[in-house]
Design a protein. Sequence first.
Length: 81
Amino acid sequence: MQSCGDYAPVTHRHGLSESLVVDIDTDHRLGRFTAWNDGSCVLEVMDARDGHYVLNERMDLSGSAALVAAFQVFLLQMACR
């Protein structure tokens, strides 16, 4: 596993919705974690070599513990330690 280094979440506001986005790019994986204020999130991880999805999943979250767990799944698929 490799370190994904520092990553900064970015907040986006569009009308009534607000999202938190984390983009991480490594030599082997490209990833985006997006969480919305409605309690849903999308985890996207692609193989940088062939462009195929390793993970492309939408989840409904039930609180901050579920958000942390979803982000840990994302980091695991990004092969981050």
